[in-house]
Design a protein around this ligand. Structure first.
Ligand SMILES: [Zn+2]
Length: 284
């Protein structure tokens, strides 16, 4: 088990401390047992419909423009935290952002026992942590995969220290992914409303606007979803037209440059690829 993790954990039934006993965790008060698999505490059973993600190398310059924008956003937010900050990475998966998070005291949580995670727990139904344990919680491209959004946000609010930050990236116009575990897209009006509902103030709410990405997604969709079903002649004609469109899109990209991050309220009429948010836990 990751060193220091036991200090953060409590029994999810009664809140009493846990101890390692016979290769499992046992509650000192009620006797509740939590299994350890390869040293990872498993608080909730792993759902059968999850198809595990593959490990990809992530960085500031890899993946889609949205991915790159996420990296820059998280990197900038983390510079505001002290080195001793305790961070919870929720839906850490294959450790996409571990390079940025590892210099802090980061706990990696997921609902699937990837080798990169420190514990397995569905926080919408189970709480294995002491209240107010973290200076920051990271939720990067995860909220859309959580069915009970409100339950998760309520939980994360409990787990943050007063003044602590919940750092979120959530796609808006991004195609379905990791199906069937992909449930929602929220507008920034909903994302704003979540703040007062869960004891946060909204510190940052930015849209990431990238019309070129949007156009490329469209042409890619035609290429993969529609072309194979066409007759040979139509397919050739469609390919030629798509080639022309792609040429024009590339020229347009040279003119426009990459996507831009902008306060969501300031850009009312556009279509964001996704949103970047910082919710600050209200100090009472
Ligand atoms: Zn207990």
């Amino acid at each position: 088990m990751k060193s220091g993790l036991l200090d953060l954990l409590v029994c999810h039934e009664c809140g009493a401390p846990l101890a390692v006993e016979d290769s499992q965790l046992r509650c000192s008060k009620c006797g509740q047992v939590v299994s350890l698999t390869n040293g990872i505490p498993i608080f909730t059973p792993v759902a059968g419909e999850i198809r595990p993600s593959e490990k990809l190398i992530r960085g500031s310059d890899t993946g889609t423009p949205w991915r790159k924008a996420n990296w820059r956003f998280l990197e900038a937010q983390l510079t505001q935290l002290p080195g001793e900050a305790r961070i919870l990475d929720v839906g850490a998966g294959r450790g996409d952002f571990a390079v940025l998070l590892d210099r802090f005291h980061t706990t990696a949580l997921d609902i699937y026992p990837y080798p990169e995670v420190d514990l397995v727990c569905d926080l919408t139904i189970c709480n294995p942590f002491r209240p107010a344990s973290f200076e920051a919680i990271v939720l990067m491209n995860v909220l859309e995969h959580v069915f009970d959004t409100q339950a998760l946000l309520a939980r994360l609010s409990e787990l943050l220290k007063p003044g602590g930050r919940l750092i979120v990236a959530i796609p808006f116009l991004v195609k379905l992914h990791q199906t069937p575990v992909d449930f929602v897209r929220y507008t920034h009006y909903a994302l704003q409303r979540f703040a007062p509902e869960h004891g946060f103030e909204l510190e940052v709410l930015e849209g990431y606007y990238d019309p070129i990405f949007f156009l490329s997604e469209g042409t890619g969709n035609i290429k993969y979803a529609y072309l194979p079903a066409l007759s040979r002649m139509k397919r050739m004609a469609a390919r030629a037209l798509l080639g022309t469109i792609q040429f024009l899109v590339n020229r347009l990209e040279l003119l426009l440059g990459p996507g831009v991050a902008s306060p969501a309220e300031a850009v009312r009429s556009q279509a964001p690829t996704g949103y970047h948010i910082v919710y600050r836990k209200i100090t009472t």
